[in-house]
Ligand binder design. Structure first.
Ligand code: C5P
Length: 401
């Protein structure tokens, strides 16, 4: 495979040499493209020696006037990996500020682009950086989330570049999935996000679900070749893959309605949505006013349990997967849910685990099969993208039965 390795000016640039070595050892051709400031952190000599190719950094070689074509590089490459990616380069990529060879190469890239951010925790948490990363995701770039740990500033937090082995694995797993496409020809339906249950025209009952896990599952399934329908409550996240059809819904009852249309033709259904347990029986047609001292009383009705409803009509050969977000007595509750809803597999996360569950970019789950059909899979704390890939891989054997 031909890989453009983009290196930007961050302390983690010293790790790029190890990443380059991993790619070369695995038999890939690597062309390094550095930003001018990256050269302050790691010398081009090391990188050209390891890659066996001159490093590209300027638009042309000063003494010969030789022009370096970012367009040619874009055509040559099968993958572009930017590691480390600083907040500055991420911002330039998100906004098309093509003032160096790396960003121009990025803008010309037709191949999948992987971005491994590395920065201080506050820069990483800043809304600007979050927005820029969301933009890159929406362009279909794959963000290899940074880990928590000690940073160059000696502060501890999220911003530490994923280790070279982790980046290497993310890139190679991506291409392995694309090549083998074990879910080719399979229809996968996924529910994601929260639901909103109307109180009046301006208010609703909902929950903290962001939809990140469901969207990551949809992207992972599409990468494995599946034809994916994502039935989604209102969320900010977007899908990065072309093979995903998104159906937007608001309430739990609407979600059930869409699921009932799609499920009969689905091979796999993954119930990842956090459906509100209740809806308001008679939402007001006009905004409820604050009148008198008596607070309004909302009459609630239970929402349909979508997973259980589909579990009742499931045909032989259809695979139904559920989630269990538990705070206590996790294993017993998850096992009970799997029986009650007639699921074939359940993915359990415990809210007792830091970094798991709602709102976070990471997750830690345990995957159990009905009647112990396969051994339980423990997925340690990692990015939701990686957890999604593991969950999809765990579903494959069920589709082959
Ligand atoms: O019973 P509990 O809400 O904990 O079950 C969680 C599982 O059931 C998840 O897979 C969730 O998507 C699904 N579910 C559903 N419809 C509901 C409630 C939960 O599909 N109304």
């Amino acid at each position: 495979m031909n890989i453009v390795l983009g290196i930007t000016g961050g302390i983690a640039a010293y790790k790029s040499a190890s990443l380059l070595r991993l790619f070369v050892k695995a038999g890939h051709q690597v062309q390094v493209v550095m930003t001018p400031s990256a050269r302050e952190f790691i010398t081009p000599v090391t990188l050209s020696a390891l890659s066996g190719r001159p490093v590209v950094s300027e638009f042309f070689t000063a003494n010969t006037g030789e022009w370096h074509s970012h367009v040619d590089l874009g055509l040559w490459a099968d993958a572009m990996v930017i590691a480390p990616a600083t907040a500055c380069t991420i911002a330039k990529m998100a906004n098309g500020v093509a003032d160096n060879m790396l960003v121009t190469t990025y803008l010309s890239a037709r191949e999948p682009v992987f971005v491994a951010p590395a920065m201080d925790l506050d820069m990483m948490a800043h809304p600007t950086t979050r927005r820029n990363l969301d933009l890159l995701r929406s362009y279909g770039n794959i963000i290899i989330e940074p880990a928590e740990g000690e940073l160059a500033s000696h502060l501890v937090g999220k911003g530490r570049m994923e280790e070279p082995e982790g980046i290497f694995k993310a890139v190679t797993d991506y291409f392995a999935a694309r090549e083998h496409q074990p879910l080719k020809g399979k229809r996968v339906m996924i529910t994601a996000g929260p639901t909103r249950e109307k109180i009046d025209p301006v208010r609703f009952i909902s929950n903290y679900s962001t939809g990140k896990m469901g969207y990551a599952l949809a992207d992972a399934a599409a990468r494995l070749g599946a034809d994916v329908t994502l039935i989604s409550g209102p969320v900010e996240v977007r899908t990065a893959e072309k093979g995903v059809t998104v159906v937007e819904v608001e309430s739990g009852r609407e979600m059930l309605g869409e699921c009932e249309k799609v499920f009969p033709r689905a091979d796999v259904a993954i119930m990842c949505a956090a459906v509100a347990d209740y809806y308001v029986e008679n939402p007001s047609a006009v905004k409820i006013k604050r009148e008198g001292n008596e607070p309004p009383r909302l009459a609630l009705q239970p929402n349909p349990d979508i997973a259980a409803t589909l579990g009742r009509v499931k045909r032989r050969g259809q695979v139904l997967v559920g989630f269990a977000l538990e705070t206590d007595n996790e294993h017993a509750n998850a096992a009970d849910k799997m029986e009650r809803k007639n699921l074939d597999m359940i993915v359990m996360n415990s809210l007792r685990d830091a970094g798991a569950g709602f709102g976070t970019d990471t997750n830690k789950v345990e995957i159990t099969y009905r009647n112990g059909a396969f051994a339980t899979v423990d997925v340690p704390l990692k990015s939701k993208t990686e957890v999604a890939a593991d969950i999809m891989r765990a579903i494959i054997p069920l589709t082959e039965q």
